[in-house]
Design a protein around this ligand. Structure first.
Ligand code: PLP
Length: 447
């Protein structure tokens, strides 16, 4: 073991600011990579002024459904709106409960309040994914649905989740925003539940600008989702089986418009063509990165065993598990600070903060009812069980860079940054406040 002064304490960083040429850096890390064809397709929409039409979007939807392996796909202005439509499509309503893992982005489940429904939070497992063993605890006669999130591209354990859903007659929505095209035991994520929805915004693995998609095999769900957000297609050409919707043509039933900007669907058509191949390159690079760190104390890769037929698609936000006991109790917060100082800023602790800790889910009153909206129409206070989601479990993870392709020399450098901090972690013990913060609210200053 070499003793080297850590950069966070004033030593030389492993990767000084000018070490990687700007062009290489951009190629290696940029999420939204556009071909000339994608730019030309976007320009065509701009020149025609056809932002608000649906001709390009209809083509994208057909191609996306074929790629996804579902009968239907509907594009939306963003993923949040696609997920909101999915909630309407399955019939979520007043007094219903919807179970969601507490560690995810707010766009997975905050919309439940728009339907008078209650979000009920369950715990996550070692793969940072919904813990199937914690779902039955959350089920009551009011439970309507499970929101499965394939968090950070780790495929949720769908066999036990679907078994529980069938046993209790629950609807399943999949939020595939982190895992487009990923596989669980050989089957594509987004094809297990009644409906799936996902974001394709510009920092997701499948990056298309500002865009969302909903996919389903169920005609009624498709029609309800269409009527909810797409006034221009809420008509007899699309709404054929849902007789109860036929009085309401030409208006968006959600009271909010979900139409996709065709600049984004034009870009998306091209992105989709390259996505599977690009994802293969990311997985090759990420597996190589984690292989370099195998055997070090304190950290373990969190990755799926691809020989099971599962995979992590475009490996949205690589994370590792952290074991402070193997590093003399060094907090993951201080560990991450030290790695950032070595590698220019790629290591953060904890992922998203647990949703149940946000005041929005504790007390926000959307409609001035004098009661938190989360429980406004429920005869039980679902907040009382929030403490059963053990946040301590979620403190012990950290993020790693995501490489677009395998460049052994540069990836070795990033791995060396992590290795240096581990090999010299004793230097940090004195300056360690020993408090992990457990994550962050994305979009806040402490990104
Ligand atoms: C990004 C994201 C969303 C929301 O998508 P937008 O396109 O940003 O509206 C929903 N769920 C998860 C898990 C996300 O990461």
């Amino acid at each position: 073991m070499t003793q080297e002064k850590l950069a966070v304490l004033g030593g030389e960083p492993v990767i000084p600011a000018d070490r990687i040429p700007a062009e290489t850096y951009d190629k290696l890390f940029r999420k939204m990579v556009l071909t000339e064809e994608a730019k030309a397709a976007a320009m065509d929409v701009i020149e025609k002024g056809s932002f608000s039409f649906t001709d390009v979007t209809e083509k994208f939807q057909q191609e996306f459904a074929a790629w996804q392996g579902t009968k239907y796909a509907i594009a939306y202005c963003n993923g949040t709106m696609a997920l909101t439509s999915a909630m309407f499509a399955i019939g979520l309503g007043e007094g219903d409960e919807i179970i969601c893992p507490t560690k995810t982005y707010w766009g997975s489940v905050s919309q439940a309040i728009n339907f008078g429904a209650s979000a009920v939070f369950c715990n996550i497992n070692d793969m940072l994914s919904m813990d199937p063993g914690d779902i039955e605890r959350c089920i009551t006669p009011r439970t309507k649905a499970i929101m499965v999130v394939h968090y950070f591209a780790y495929p949720a354990d769908m066999d036990p989740i679907m078994e529980i859903a069938h046993k209790y007659g629950l609807k399943v929505i999949e939020d595939v925003s982190h895992a487009q095209g990923g596989l669980y035991k050989g089957k594509k994520l987004g094809t297990f539940g009644d409906v799936a929805a996902m974001s394709l915004m510009s920092t997701k693995s499948l990056a298309c600008g500002e865009l969302g998609v909903l996919v389903t095999d169920d005609r009624r769900i498709y029609e309800r989702a269409m009527a909810f957000g797409h006034y221009e297609r809420n008509n007899a050409n699309y709404i054929k089986e849902c007789d109860d919707l036929k009085d309401y043509f030409h208006i968006a039933l959600g009271g909010a418009k979900g139409r996709a900007n065709q600049v984004c669907t034009a870009i998306a058509r091209d992105q989709l063509k390259h996505y599977d191949e690009r994802s293969r390159h990311v997985r090759e690079a990420m597996n190589y990165f984690w292989d370099q760190l195998e055997g070090l104390p304190g950290i373990r890769a969190i990755r799926v065993d691809e020989s099971t037929g599962s995979n992590m698609a475009g490996w949205y936000e690589p994370h590792g598990a952290y074991y402070p006991d193997e590093l003399h109790g060094l907090s993951v917060k201080r560990f991450a600070e030290a790695v950032r100082a070595e590698n220019g800023g790629f290591c953060y602790e904890g992922g998203n903060f647990c949703l149940h800790t946000h005041p929005f889910f504790k007390k926000f009153d959307l409609t001035h009812r004098g009661k938190p909206s989360r429980i406004a129409f429920n005869d039980r206070d679902v907040r009382e069980d929030d403490h059963l989601c053990d946040p301590s479990l979620t403190k012990y993870c950290f993020s790693a860079p995501r490489f677009n392709y395998l460049d052994r020399e540069i990836i070795d450098l990033y791995a060396a940054g992590y290795r240096k901090v581990i090999e010299n972690h004793m230097q940090l013990l004195e300056s360690d406040a020993k408090e992990a913060q457990g994550g962050r609210w994305y979009g806040s200053e402490n990104q």
